[in-house]
Design a protein around this ligand. Structure first.
Ligand code: FUB
Length: 451
């Protein structure tokens, strides 16, 4: 079945193409399902993300209150703003060796070699005598990044654990990293399906607190072994560096602190795309009270001159340039006034409908960065708003005192209403937008859009 799903509106569903397309330039980047453990990869001129697919367990389907994952989807984008869901690529009960209905399709990875795409996933095997009772790691192979993927008949021999990560070094040697309390590595044969060395435990890492989710990348001859680690209460993203994929590694720093939301896990990947580095990670945006229903995010990452990683502060704005002709979700703001502005879910019975921004003091504002107006002279501004008092909003560029692009009078309304205003001064090029409340009223905004 073919569907097109609009951001902030899972309905109407229209049959239009073989893919599910929707706009999402902000965090979380995937807005129609729970996603976690993002493995981002650059294949050709697109970024592909292979996440876990969290679902909610129910009696008889997974373990209630725990991780529950049945399958994997892959998503891709050419601009980091518009993401396409290519649909399900691997599901538990069509993999010959997987224990049926184990709902344990945890964090995957995917890598390309000689035109083939190798998708690695950890899960429980039905043959516990051969593969043990815990997790083992299997591979599915495709000719294209979005599949179709054909699972191998058996998992990789000699691997017990979760969170596979494959690194292909410049000399053509591939390495498989995974975790099971510690972090392990072994060389892979060039067929990418079998180990080609002894398994090595990476022992130069913190000895206390869970470590998992390894992700290796190389930059300027430095090998970065990155991993979530529980130093205190929940996982934070840390890294160690070395000059060889097998180590030794020197514990070097923190990439991202523990999540303020209290999401116990974090799990990440690092890519360079068009000269910018990015960190993909997860939080629990759509599920504030249950941290096994997660959502993937992305933010920019950068390095110090000595090669150390600058700590990434998670943002709601995320990455990508926003098209003003599409709905701009200002609740995914870049900055917010110290008082008078807050955000909340539009509908707590369906959180995938997204968030609203509530302004309730004169001068309260949000800043939303990197909107590319190009050379188009947009004539009107459309605001989706609701207000019991009515109120006046201004959209400015540059700063909160900057040029007034439009002023819109929101009438008293008990239902969401799209209100139009004339653009007073056409913005050009890439702009940071400010939305502010002029009067002593209360107005909630779902999105704004130029036309
Ligand atoms: O998604 C299940 C597990 O949670 C992953 O395998 C870990 O890395 C953690 O994110």
């Amino acid at each position: 079945m073919i569907k097109k799903i609009y951001q902030n509106c899972l309905l109407p569903v229209m049959v239009v193409a073989l893919l599910v397309n929707y706009t999402s330039a902000q965090n979380p980047i995937i807005r129609n399902q729970f996603t976690a453990d993002p493995s981002a990869r650059v294949f050709g001129d697109r970024v592909y993300v292979y996440p876990s697919h969290d679902i909610l367990a129910t009696e008889g389907k997974g373990r209630v209150g725990w991780f529950c994952m049945e399958d994997y989807h892959v998503f891709s984008s050419s601009n980091l703003s518009d993401w396409t869901d290519h649909g399900m690529i691997v599901t538990q009960n069509t993999v010959p060796w997987v224990r049926p209905n184990s709902y344990s399709m945890w964090a995957p990875d995917c890598i390309e070699r000689n035109g083939k795409y190798y998708f690695y996933f950890p899960t429980a095997a039905k043959d516990t005598v051969t593969y043990g009772r815990g997790f083992t790691i299997g591979v599915a192979v495709a000719d294209k990044p979005e599949g179709p993927f054909t699972p191998e008949a058996t998992p990789i021999k000699g691997v017990r654990g979760i969170d596979p990560n494959v690194f292909l070094d410049k000399d053509g040697q591939a390495y498989l990293y995974w975790s099971a309390g510690n972090i392990y590595v072994a060389k892979l044969k060039s067929n990418m399906l079998e180990l080609d060395s002894e398994v090595k435990t990476l022992g130069d890492l913190p000895s206390k607190g869970l470590k998992e989710g390894p992700y290796m990348f190389e930059r300027n001859g430095i090998y970065y072994l990155t991993y979530p680690h529980v130093e205190n209460k929940t996982e934070r993203l840390e890294y160690a560096i070395g000059n060889n994929p097998l180590g030794p590694f020197k514990v070097t720093g923190v990439i991202m602190d523990e999540s303020e939301s209290g999401c116990w896990t974090n799990h990440h990947s690092v890519i360079q795309f068009r000269n910018q580095w990015y960190l993909f990670y997860h939080n629990k945006d759509y599920s504030p009270r249950f941290d096994k229903a997660r959502s993937i995010r992305a933010d920019s990452l950068s390095f110090n001159a000595d090669g150390t990683i600058k700590k990434v502060i998670p943002t709601l704005r995320g990455i990508g340039v926003t098209n003003p002709g599409k709905e701009i979700q200002i609740d995914r703001y870049s900055a917010i006034s110290p008082e008078g502005t807050s955000t909340d879910f539009i509908d707590t019975t369906n959180r995938f409908l997204g968030w609203k921004t509530v302004f309730n003091k004169p001068g309260a504002w949000v800043q939303y960065n990197t909107v590319d107006f190009g050379k188009t002279a947009f004539k009107n501004l459309l605001v989706s708003a609701i207000s019991e008092t009515g109120g006046t909003l201004q959209i400015r560029t540059g700063s909160v005192d900057g040029t007034v692009v439009a002023q819109v009078k929101i009438p008293k309304t008990s239902e969401w209403k799209q209100v139009k205003a004339t653009v007073l001064k056409f913005p050009k090029g890439v702009q940071n937008l400010f939305v502010l409340l002029k009067d002593d009223k209360q107005v909630a905004v779902d999105w704004i859009r130029f036309e």
